[in-house]
Design a protein around this ligand. Structure first.
Ligand SMILES: Cc1cc2nc3c(=O)[nH]c(=O)nc-3n(C[C@H](O)[C@H](O)[C@H](O)COP(=O)(O)OP(=O)(O)OC[C@H]3O[C@@H](n4cnc5c(N)ncnc54)[C@H](O)[C@@H]3O)c2cc1C
Ligand SMILES: *[C@@H]1O[C@H](CO)[C@@H](O)[C@H](O)[C@H]1NC(C)=O
Ligand SMILES: *[C@@H]1O[C@H](CO)[C@@H](O)[C@H](O)[C@H]1NC(C)=O
Ligand SMILES: *[C@@H]1O[C@H](CO)[C@@H](O)[C@H](O)[C@H]1NC(C)=O
Ligand SMILES: *[C@@H]1O[C@H](CO)[C@@H](O)[C@H](O)[C@H]1NC(C)=O
Ligand SMILES: *[C@@H]1O[C@H](CO)[C@@H](O)[C@H](O)[C@H]1NC(C)=O
Ligand SMILES: *[C@@H]1O[C@H](CO)[C@@H](O)[C@H](O)[C@H]1NC(C)=O
Length: 528
């Protein structure tokens, strides 16, 4: 009896507190039975609390440790499918046994919605769907959703030095979530977004149908290229168009702190960066630093660039267009495109095998927000912005201001759901991180004040935001029950502008019962 008390009771309590289970009724056990009837050896791909591997499987791709605490709601089970039919069965059984399904690819969602929910849920983890097949002859690739951008970049570079792909900087992001929300990176001014280069996909919908571009139709194919993950179905793989890159590119970094006229140069940068040739992408990273020169804490603007060409062409180009930067030859390095990805990831540029290491980056707690700046900021505006990094809670804060223009200006706002295109000077990604849980309040408050400060400079009529850096402060769906069009349009218009309406129409058509949902997924219109 003693044995029972000590071993079984705590276990029951964990289940109760975690999912609010009603133990008189057993929907949970029915779910597992359902899986076992439909999937051979289903137990080898299913992890519940009593499986010793459950914590490590859940934890494996959680990038934001804010959602990895003992009080974070945990899934009843994690299913790691090996085959398409496993995915169909998981959808069927979750639907029939009242579990919400959360799809996870790379686990980099900044609000953790791929593995956290407020209602009983299971996680479909695509960790076994990570094939990358590169076809250099036709300049295309099929990449499965559970692969990382690093695995894709590596797979391309292993075959050719003259093709690349325009997606995000961080090499541990999952293809599944990234392509579902857009995907902007260092090739963005030259080629646009990752989602602009999707030419086919393989998806399983809420009814278990396997769809490709032809069978899903152009409305749905439009919606999955940026309209958000966990909304229309489970995308298992994407066919993408690769882009040409020169065998040698040039990268540079020039750092300027407050005492070195950083704000002046910053102010100048925003007037120039979006008009530079498409071959030149620049970004400014702002953070607090300890300066030995100044002998105290100051704020640094780190000007970084990627030029699709050689140093000898870059230097005169910058000297003509942006002399204030004071770019010296010593600030520039020539390398391959794939190495430049590591350079922007602040990693050693060789061996490039680092791209295959999914735990190469530190994992911290974080909160992010984004803005799109259309009107130039005043110099005083930049100064006030930079000074905010001298406040408390900013030790691990960083802002990345990424120049737009170029190809981003040329693509129509309704080409795919991502609408932030023509006329944007730069995208601003604000991230604050912390190590100790006690600092969460301080850091998140600072982030909200910074966002408030930037309201004077962000687009006035509609404050646009980037869906790939979800911000639940912008509003959420009802976790249990119906979300109205008006309620969702509060955040929906910020992320998707006028494309929001079409996304709601597609959602209503493909998933009218809202089986695929999260806090900020497009809701269907209630049928009359
Ligand atoms: C450190 C870091 C760096 C980043 N850098 C960049 C950057 O340079 N550029 C940029 O554009 N963005 C960047 N992002 C944002 C990133 O693009 C998004 O967080 C993206 O959604 C992550 O995809 P994932 O598969 O890793 O995430 P997940 O957490 O697995 O998924 C994100 C969302 O997509 C859904 N989803 C996942 N897979 C599928 C699928 N196969 N089918 C349907 N829905 C799916 C999930 O349910 C969830 O709603 C960065 C994020 C982090 C944390
Ligand atoms: C549990 O479920 C049973 C059967 O559905 C129901 O009769 C009972 O009221 C539920 N108990 C609680 C505490 O919700
Ligand atoms: C989860 O992962 C983090 C970082 O990778 C690690 O520090 C932590 O110990 C892991 N926790 C568990 C329970 O595996
Ligand atoms: C850029 O080059 C200048 C001149 O050589 C040097 O003083 C500066 O430290 C370099 N900056 C960086 C970030 O490398
Ligand atoms: C900052 O700018 C002022 C005025 O343009 C100039 O006189 C000064 O030398 C600059 N300081 C540095 C460190 O570049
Ligand atoms: C700056 O210095 C403080 C203490 O002097 C230290 O705690 C902090 O880690 C340093 N920050 C950086 C970025 O080096
Ligand atoms: C991946 O990177 C981490 C952090 O640098 C390191 O500890 C680990 O050994 C690396 N793994 C592999 C397989 O190289």
């Amino acid at each position: 009896m003693k044995f029972l008390q000590f071993s079984v009771l705590p276990f029951l309590m964990v289940i109760l507190s975690v999912s609010g289970a009603n133990l008189t009724h057993h929907p949970h056990r029915d779910f597992l039975r359902c899986l076992s009837l439909r999937i051979e050896n289903s137990c080898t791909i299913t992890y519940t609390h009593n499986n010793p591997s459950y914590p490590s499987v859940l934890n494996a791709s959680i990038q934001n440790t804010r959602f990895s605490t003992p009080t974070t709601p945990k899934p009843y089970a994690i299913i790691t499918p090996r085959k398409t039919s496993d995915v169909q069965s998981t959808i069927f059984c979750s639907k029939n046994h009242g579990f919400q399904l959360r799809i996870r690819s790379g686990g980099h969602d900044v609000e953790g919605v791929s593995y956290v929910s407020q209602v009983p849920f299971v996680v479909l983890d695509l960790v076994n769907f990570r094939d990358v097949k590169v076809d250099t002859k036709n300049e295309v690739a099929w990449v499965q959703s559970g692969a990382t951008t690093g695995e894709l970049y590596y797979g391309i570079a292993a075959k050719t030095q003259t093709l690349g792909f325009p997606a995000g900087i961080c090499h541990t992001i999952g293809i599944g979530g990234h392509l579902s929300g857009g995907g902007f990176g260092i090739l963005g001014r030259k080629y646009g977004l990752a989602a602009d280069h999707i030419i086919d996909a393989k998806m399983v919908d809420a009814n278990g149908r396997v769809l490709h571009r032809k069978s899903m139709g152009e409305d749905l194919f439009w919606a999955i290229r940026g309209g958000g993950g966990n909304t229309f179905g489970v995308v298992l793989a994407w066919k993408i168009k690769l882009v040409p890159v020169p065998p040698v590119v040039t990268v540079f970094t020039v750092n300027k702190n407050l005492e070195q006229n950083a704000t002046k140069i910053f102010h100048r940068w925003q007037q120039i960066a979006h008009k530079l040739p498409n071959d030149l992408f620049t970004t400014v990273w702002v953070m607090k630093v300890n300066s030995s020169q100044v002998g105290k804490k100051t704020v640094e603007a780190s000007f970084k660039g990627l030029f699709l060409g050689r140093i000898d062409e870059l230097i005169p180009l910058i000297q003509y267009a942006f002399p204030e930067l004071g770019l010296a030859r010593e600030n520039c390095t020539q390398m391959s495109w794939v190495q430049s990805v590591l350079y922007f990831g602040a990693l050693p540029i060789e061996p490039v095998e680092i791209l295959l290491n999914r735990s190469a980056l530190p994992r911290l707690s974080l909160k992010a927000k984004t803005d799109y700046i259309r009107e130039p900021m005043s110099e005083a505006g930049f100064e006030g912005f930079m000074n905010m990094f001298l406040e408390e809670g900013t030790d691990l804060a960083i802002t990345m201001m990424e120049a737009f223009g170029g190809k981003m200006d040329e693509i129509r706002e309704n080409e795919i759901p991502f609408p932030h295109r023509s006329g944007i000077l730069f995208e601003s990604v604000y991230i604050v991180q912390w190590i100790n849980e006690e600092d969460a309040g301080l850091c998140i408050n600072w982030m909200r004040r910074l966002y408030n400060y930037m309201s004077s400079y962000a687009s006035k009529s509609l404050r646009e935001a980037y869906y790939n850096y979800k911000d639940l402060d912008l509003g959420i769906n009802n976790v249990n029950g119906y979300t109205s069009y008006e309620q969702a349009s509060v955040w929906g218009l910020k992320y998707f502008k006028n494309n929001f309406k079409r996304l709601v129409r597609v959602k209503t058509m493909i998933d009218p019962t809202n089986f695929f949902s999260n806090e900020q997924s497009i809701p269907p219109l209630l049928s009359p």
